[in-house]
Design a protein around this ligand. Structure first.
Ligand SMILES: [Zn+2]
Length: 154
């Protein structure tokens, strides 16, 4: 079975840093990184490209919605063409992860892939500011856990 790790998180949370560490930890495995950029230029893709790994970049939209078809095609292609041991998927910071999991659970992928880990990287220093920013952006009223008040008070 091909192990699949999904590394999610806001833009700038530190996903690339974690992926670099994962790539080092898995240096004896054949790994493909499927990277999803919301914009056109994939700077992150260049940062993590190195010997022994293949990077597939899907840009101009996120793989949970408008680029879903491309994502399915890339997954099918890498599974068929590479003798893979692991796929690392880095969705955009705004992807809906359950959509990605649904794709991985489709019979054609579930028969060959095992969801090994679902990781979300959080920039703990800027977490509160990011949550407030994204809540005002999406007009959602946040349920505030009690710990937030103690964080603000300190
Ligand atoms: Zn999406």
């Amino acid at each position: 079975m091909i192990k699949v790790d999904v590394v999610s998180g806001f833009l700038g949370a530190g996903k690339t840093t974690l992926i670099k560490l994962l790539l080092k930890a898995y240096e004896n495995e054949r790994v493909v990184l499927v990277e999803n950029e919301f914009g056109e230029i994939g700077i992150d893709g260049e940062l993590v490209e190195r010997d022994g790994f293949d990077v597939f970049e899907i840009s101009n939209g996120c793989i949970c919605c408008i680029m879903k078809k491309d994502f399915v095609q890339v997954l099918a292609r890498v599974i068929e063409e590479f003798k893979l041991e692991r796929i690392i998927i880095e969705p955009t910071g705004i992807s809906i992860l359950s959509e990605i999991i649904d794709i991985l659970r489709r019979p054609e992928f579930a028969s060959q892939c095992l969801i090994n880990s679902l990781l979300t990287v959080v920039d703990s220093v800027n977490y509160l500011a990011n949550m407030i920013l994204s809540a005002s952006f999406s007009k959602i009223r946040l349920p505030m856990p009690p710990c937030w008040y103690s964080v603000k008070a300190s």
